[in-house]
Design a protein around this ligand. Structure first.
Ligand code: ADP
Length: 263
């Protein structure tokens, strides 16, 4: 709840010009963080002022994927976020020593998220992307309380079992009254050298989530794009240079670019 001591979250104020996107998924490993950093890098390259909050307490892989090795600094009462490719980055991993796993409970996570949103010197952002933990946990609920105007992007694979859990992560919006902007299907297929496509994880998951959420929410939730499997996407992430910047001609990069432009 709100009490007088709660800091003001500028992004939640009426008239805020920052669009806040929460990138959600049903389960881990579907490419949520990869999608987040590539959308951010693509938008920053187009000249938008972009920030990313890595709120994935289980993964916090965003800094590595963006090649961001710097730590935040403190200036008076504000936290200055490091930047990479013009993207300002704050990660929960920047505040935990070494590789210690985060075992924070709900109230601490809420405080951390609140600080990331209120005590970080973001400047005038056009876009703030949040990489949420997978599932329908405490962080998603806290975000809905702190930034009710945040728009949700749901990432899924084509696999129908994965789509069902992704649908639940999106359907949380019925309780929080948030807008679900769309669904992104990742790992949709693998392009083979003979020109054919191999659907490693089946097909139809993205469309199924789009259809189900459209029905549940009573508003159209489009399938925004399908991103193929590409070794270069993983390599780019491992190397800290997002594929949209490192290999812009790759089909996976173009799919991501198209989604970023359409948002
Ligand atoms: P999540 O954030 O959902 O846990 P990640 O973005 O960390 O998922 O992706 C999991 C792994 O899969 C990473 O190693 C990433 O590089 C890889 N990956 C994600 N999407 C693709 C893709 N389209 N093609 C190849 N590898 C991918």
């Amino acid at each position: 709840g709100t009490d007088a001591a709660d800091p003001v979250v500028p992004f939640a104020q009426p008239g805020s010009l920052t669009r806040v996107f929460a990138v959600a998924s049903g389960k881990g490993g579907v490419g949520k963080s990869s999608v987040t950093v590539n959308l951010a890098a693509s938008m920053a390259r187009r000249g938008l002022s972009v920030g990313v909050v890595d709120a994935d307490i289980y993964g916090h892989s965003v800094p590595r994927m963006l090649g961001c090795e710097d730590k935040p600094t403190q200036v008076e009462n504000m936290i200055m976020p490091p930047q990479s490719y013009g993207v300002k980055v704050i990660s929960i991993g920047m505040f935990t020593p070494g590789n210690t796993p985060v075992v924070w409970r709900g109230p601490m996570l809420h405080r951390a998220l609140q600080q990331f949103l209120a005590d970080v010197w973001w400047g005038d952002l056009d876009v703030l992307l949040l990489d949420l933990p997978p599932g329908t946990g405490d962080v998603a609920i806290s975000l809905a309380q702190l930034v009710p105007n945040a728009e949700i992007l749901v990432v899924t694979t084509p696999q129908l079992a994965a789509a069902e859990v992704a649908e639940r992560a999106g359907a949380i919006a019925t309780q929080t009254n948030q807008r679900v902007v769309g669904v992104i299907e990742n790992m949709s297929w693998l392009d083979l050298p003979d020109g054919s496509r191999m659907e490693l994880f089946g097909s139809g998951g993205g469309q199924a989530v789009s259809d189900a959420l459209t029905k549940v929410l009573g508003a159209r939730v489009p399938l925004l794009g399908q991103i193929p499997l590409d070794t270069r996407l993983r390599e780019a992430g491992d190397a800290g240079a997002p594929i949209v910047l490192a290999q812009p001609d790759a089909p996976a990069a173009q799919a991501l670019e198209k989604i970023a432009v359409g948002l």
